[in-house]
Design a protein around this ligand. Structure first.
Ligand code: HAM
Length: 421
């Protein structure tokens, strides 16, 4: 293996594509910042116990995909496979829920790790932007989060995504359904692994993608028919609020998410241009998670959107984001004296907030102009000995090729004026 190769299932974000990732993170977080969510950052690893208890021992994420390890001091840690358990742990640790201001609304952005079989859109290191609203049971909060994710995707220009919505019931009605489903599934002709899953996590069996399994699932009891009145009313209210906000969604009673903590509202954003890894984001309510990790009762809801897959979705729809050019002015010195003078101008321009770059490395005019072109700058400033003797530099419009001499002391002002127009 070459030492220049990133580990399997990972990739580097490099310019110019990396700019899209920054823009996507910004677009997803902007509506959250605008809606009372505060920024939180938690460690890249946690005690393994947090995820085992929070995400669930029976999930693939914990049982197969976690990067768990023991430190030299004997502590069992895991790289975080997701953000919700960590954010809730941090909120409890800081007693944010006791500050008398519920829900505690937080957003985050970071890297997550899952030892999955890599394929297009599925990586071992990936990036999410997420939001969690902790400590309130209110259908408007569920609706708010879905509306904000929808807004983020629309701002990015995405159109070919759909929102799948379901309710997974609560601690009253889900166990009753679970029993009924297990009873039905135990009668089917299924392999060993799937039979085991029936006992541990029967709802996941509904999610099985194999055609022969799906065929047998026809007639399986559906959760919808088991929801208690409180869950039904809650779900209906979420649906009505979304409809009133003009956010289209599809009821998907088979939507089961891969994490154990969900109750009631669950949803997924899927994009139709992405093939098998079509979930660009997902989330839901997790009213029992706080208690699962040893905290008080704190009904909560949240989501995480995958940045990698959102970028793939943009590319699938052929959307070019309007990214501001990273460089507005490029300075090309000809000779030693010009190098010193123009470097000073560059520093001045930058202090004025004008994005400026410089031809480093003492290359000739041709090579330096090539770099100026590649930088995307609107103007180049060029100066040689003769210009300096006359106290001027040349400002070249990179698009029209027009060039004019401007007094050295007026360059910054002149460029600011031209860039503003
Ligand atoms: P999740 O559905 O496991 O939910 O992940 C959310 C998003 O992260 C996915 O829709 C996908 O875009 C991205 N993602 C997940 N795994 C990978 C991977 N291997 N490669 C690339 N992208 C991936 C959660 O993580 C929950 N914590 C969401 C949540 C927040 N629920 C409540 N609050």
């Amino acid at each position: 293996m070459s030492t220049f190769q990133a580990p399997k299932g990972t990739y580097d974000l490099i310019p110019p594509r990396s700019a899209k990732f920054l823009a996507v993170r910004e677009a997803i977080s902007a509506p959250l910042k605008n809606s009372g969510y505060g920024y939180i950052e938690t460690p890249g690893f946690e005690n393994v116990e947090l995820f085992a208890r929070g995400v669930g021992e029976s999930t693939d994420i914990v049982s197969k995909e976690m990067y768990a390890f023991e430190t030299k001091g004997g502590t069992k840690l895991a790289l975080r496979p997701e953000g919700t358990a960590s954010v809730l742990r941090a909120a409890l640790e800081a007693n944010l829920h006791k500050a008398g201001n519920l829900p505690v609304k937080l957003w985050y952005s970071g890297s997550y790790y899952r030892y999955e079989r890599p394929q297009a859109g599925r990586y071992r290191h990936f990036s999410q932007v997420g939001a969690e609203a902790i400590g309130a049971e209110d259908p408007a909060l569920d609706a708010e989060l879905i509306i904000l994710a929808d807004q983020a995707y629309r701002t990015l220009g995405l159109r070919e995504f759909r929102i799948l919505l379901n309710s997974l019931g609560d601690k009253e009605c889900r166990p009753v359904y679970r029993d009924a489903l297990q009873e039905f599934l135990r009668e089917l002709d299924l392999d060993e692994d799937t039979r085991r899953r029936i006992e541990i996590n029967p709802l996941r069996v509904l999610d099985d993608k194999r055609a022969d399994v799906q065929k047998q699932l026809v007639g399986a009891p559906m959760l919808r028919d088991y929801l208690c009145d409180a869950c039904k009313a809650y779900h209906e209210e979420v649906r009505e609020l979304l409809t009133a906000a003009g956010v289209a969604f599809e009821d998907d009673e088979k939507l089961v998410r891969g994490l154990d903590y969900y109750t009631r509202t669950t949803f997924e954003f899927v994009h139709d241009g992405l093939g098998s890894q079509s979930a660009v984001g997902g989330g839901g309510r997790y009213d029992g998670l706080s208690e699962m990790i040893g905290g008080p009762e704190l009904p909560s809801v949240g989501w995480a959107l995958g940045v990698d897959r959102t970028v793939l979705a943009l590319e699938a729809e052929g959307i070019e984001l309007e990214l501001p050019a990273s460089t507005s002015v490029f300075a090309v010195p000809l000779g030693e004296e010009a190098r010193r003078v123009l470097f000073g101008v560059v520093t001045e321009l930058r202090r004025e907030g004008i994005a400026t770059d410089f031809a480093f490395g003492g290359r000739g005019l041709k090579g330096a102009m090539k770099s100026a072109n590649r930088s995307g700058a609107r103007y180049a400033i060029v100066a040689g000995e003769r210009d300096l003797a006359e106290g001027v530099v040349q400002i070249k419009n990179m698009e029209s090729g027009e060039q004019s001499a401007v007094a050295l002391g007026l360059v910054v002002e002149e460029l600011r004026r031209r860039l503003a127009s």
